[in-house]
Design a protein around this ligand. Structure first.
Ligand code: ADP
Ligand code: ZN
Ligand code: ZN
Length: 685
């Protein structure tokens, strides 16, 4: 009889203990505790903060349930819908719930050593914003009614924009996903504004997610100008814990109308959410590549779905996934065909590097074209996706290449140093070869520094800037540089992908893209998609000036079929061609992938673990490739191995991975091997 009762289980209160690898633990049932509230619970010999995720039952009679020590909140700190979303993320991305909650919650709420804040609802959140000091953080609204008083210069939408905005506003109140496909400058942001205005009129909130690099003061200023009297909360990786906490509190208390933020803003508690917008939905920075490997775009889709509201994914170069989803009717596609302000008269030119003389990576004919545009007082952007001086330092006499001692990678030559771009290790540039003592060390290949140096020599009169991560760490900020470019003060910029999007330069008529060959021949099946997006995005910077826009691409393989499709027929045509290839190879979006990577100093350990995992998943009917060395097989002294799991059935993949995670957690197989599970991996490098 006793056994029978026990097997039914005792009623419990289920708590996600922050910092634990298990999704939850059961404690003695407390009838009054609210789901989504924090509690302090005994855990081992200490106590920890946890979040109540529901009532549960504990079937194991041997386990003595402990009592919850303190109930911290008497309200759901995490509203039910946000908690549901976190549970979905934990399950879909195979991350412990506590890892998800750690990302979702401001630091103050997760750290038990911090005095816990019970102020709710806030007396006056507007009063808590210090004048001047966090100007960037929130914009207090004049009236709390949520009424929109728009700025004087409201733009009249063109036909396509109006149609798009109408479709979106008609969908308010139920789930519908839209793909807003419009070239750079076609006025997507104006369409967002129209939809947001409608949402605010209904006294609801709007959540706008942009890529890290897209959240510029220029964009923020546009939002403020368009919505001068609404409360806009800004969330990005650069704000302090305190600021994030404040925004979270204000949002939770329904005192913010628009949240504008990067990836993690998707976790803002908004209980009256009316619309979600994800701008540049193809952008890689929307996928977190470490810790919790989630796609903010896909989480946004789920959030909108659960909240029964529309979502708009916008891009000038939508991902293959989204275009495929539009094709099969999952997203409603909305086109903006023309640029709002200028004609689309961009001209591409491919320079065959095998048949042209060049110096420091720049063909002489390219240099001539640059000179032509500068002579017309236009601006020029030279794009190279590699920082440093040169990717390789080679001994001319013995052929030795300077490599990183901790990674399977060459050291990149910078001004006076050799730096590993993977682990950060750096050494002073040697005067002579470490093997044969020859002084003939030659830099091979090009990086931003080398291109900048060369162009400064041959164009001494031109006002030039270099923009890359190294440069931005120094002195003036990215914004100052952008301002100089925007005001037309700078004539030529050499830069990395930091420049690819979001910035409007008034007199830019020429974009030069160097060294696209690595992407054309990359083993990563997404490389061509990303190159197509990059070229189209960078090219979108040109063509707003009076002079017709021109894009110059330098390559060793000018006849590359897909490159020519892109250049002659545009991005949509490239996507069509790529989709055919993906379908033939049974790759996303025609199959689902999960990348499982294991790292350890000793190769045999991750190898054995991945073998176990492979067998386990194969038994569940999944197709598993590997174990094989990761593209960078040794990083910072760690041996890196991976398996790639493939299935055409998302559910089957999810169920098998969930079983796997349970097995790994309970058997503690993973101890001291670094294991990561990346569901829907974006970057296979
Ligand atoms: P996108 O977001 O697609 O890159 P934006 O919304 O930033 O495009 O629009 C590009 C520029 O065109 C902006 O300066 C914007 O104010 C202007 N613009 C957009 N739509 C219109 C319109 N209907 N009439 C006049 N100007 C417009
Ligand atoms: Zn040598
Ligand atoms: Zn290294």
């Amino acid at each position: 009889m006793a056994t029978y009762l026990n097997s039914l289980g005792r009623k419990s209160t289920r708590v996600c203990v922050l910092g634990s690898y298990h999704d939850y633990f059961d404690y003695v049932f407390l009838p009054d505790v609210v789901i989504g509230s924090r509690v302090i619970v005994p855990f081992g010999k200490k106590t920890r903060v946890g979040v109540v995720i529901g009532p549960g039952s504990c079937a194991d009679p041997k386990i003595t349930l402990k009592e919850i020590s303190v109930v911290v909140d008497n309200f759901p700190l995490i509203p039910q819908e946000l908690l549901d979303l976190c549970l979905w993320i934990s399950n879909y991305y195979q991350a412990p719930l506590s890892t998800v909650l750690k990302v979702a919650l401001p630091k103050k709420y997760r750290d038990s050593s911090e005095p816990l804040d019970l102020t709710y609802p806030l007396a006056d959140p507007r009063g808590s914003v210090k004048q001047g000091s966090d100007d960037l953080l929130t914009e207090p609204r004049a009236s709390a009614s949520g009424a929109v008083s728009q700025s004087a210069e409201v733009i009249t939408l063109n036909n396509e924009q109006s149609l798009a905005a109408l479709s979106i506003t008609q969908a308010l109140g139920h789930y519908q996903s839209f793909l807003l496909y419009g070239v750079t400058g076609s006025g997507k942001t104006e369409v967002y504004f129209e939809a947001i205005a409608a949402v605010i009129k209904l006294q609801q909130q709007a959540l706008v997610i942009v890529p890290e690099i897209g959240l510029t003061p220029i964009l923020l200023a546009r939002f403020k100008a368009r919505f001068p009297n609404v409360h806009i909360g800004i969330v990005h990786s650069g704000i302090s814990d305190k600021q994030r906490h404040l925004i979270w509190q204000q949002s939770r208390a329904n005192q913010v109308d628009i949240i504008l933020g990067t990836r993690s803003a998707i976790f803002t508690p908004l209980t009256n959410l009316g619309i979600v917008i994800v701008d540049e939905e193809h952008d890689l920075s929307l996928k977190q590549q470490d810790n919790l490997r989630y796609s903010a775009r896909d989480v946004a889709l789920m959030r909108a779905h659960k909240a029964h509201i529309p979502i708009v994914l916008g891009s000038a170069t939508p991902s293959l996934e989204s275009l495929y989803n539009a094709e099969r009717g999952k997203h409603h596609i909305l086109y903006l065909h023309s640029k709002a302000l200028t004609d689309d008269n961009l001209q591409y030119r491919i320079i065959d590097m095998q048949n042209h003389a060049y110096e420091h990576g720049i063909a002489n004919v390219t240099l001539d074209i640059i000179k032509e545009h500068l002579a017309l007082k236009q601006q020029v952007l030279v794009f190279i996706n590699r920082r440093g001086f040169a990717p390789v330092l080679l001994c001319h006499d013995c052929g030795l290449i300077m490599d990183c001692s901790a990674c399977d990678s060459h050291l990149t030559l910078h001004q006076h140093k050799l730096i590993c771009h993977h682990c950060g290790k750096n050494i002073i540039k040697p005067k002579c070869c470490v093997k044969c003592a020859s002084p003939n060390l030659v830099p091979v290949g090009i990086g931003t520094q080398r291109v900048y140096e060369y162009l400064s020599t041959v164009l001494p009169e031109t006002k030039m800037l270099r923009i890359d991560r190294d440069q931005m760490q120094k002195k003036r900020s990215f914004e100052t540089f952008l301002q100089q470019m925007t005001e037309g003060e700078t004539e030529l910029i050499v830069g990395t992908q930091m420049l690819a999007k979001g910035h409007h330069f008034p007199k830019l008529s020429l974009v030069v893209i160097l060294d696209i060959d690595a992407s054309l021949h990359s083993p990563d099946f997404r490389a061509l998609e990303h190159l197509g997006q990059l070229i189209t995005q960078v090219a979108g910077r040109a063509g707003r000036a009076q002079v017709p826009g021109q894009v110059v691409l330098q390559t060793q393989t000018p006849k590359h079929a897909l490159l020519n499709i892109l250049v002659q027929q545009g991005y949509s045509a490239l996507v069509k061609a790529l989709l055919v290839l993906r379908q033939e190879a049974i790759l996303p979006p025609f199959a689902y992938l999960t990348l499982i990577r294991a790292e350890h100093k000793v190769l045999a350990k991750p190898m054995a673990l991945l073998q176990i995992i492979k067998n386990f998943l194969a038994e569940q009917g999944l197709y598993v490739l590997g174990p094989a060395p990761a593209p960078l097989a040794r990083k910072a002294g760690m041996q890196r191995l991976q398996i790639l799991v493939k299935s055409n059935d998302r559910n089957r993949m999810n169920l098998a991975l969930t079983k796997l995670r349970t097995m790994l957690t309970s058997k503690r197989l993973v101890s001291n091997i670094h294991l990561s599970i990346d569901v829907d991996p974006c970057d296979l490098s």
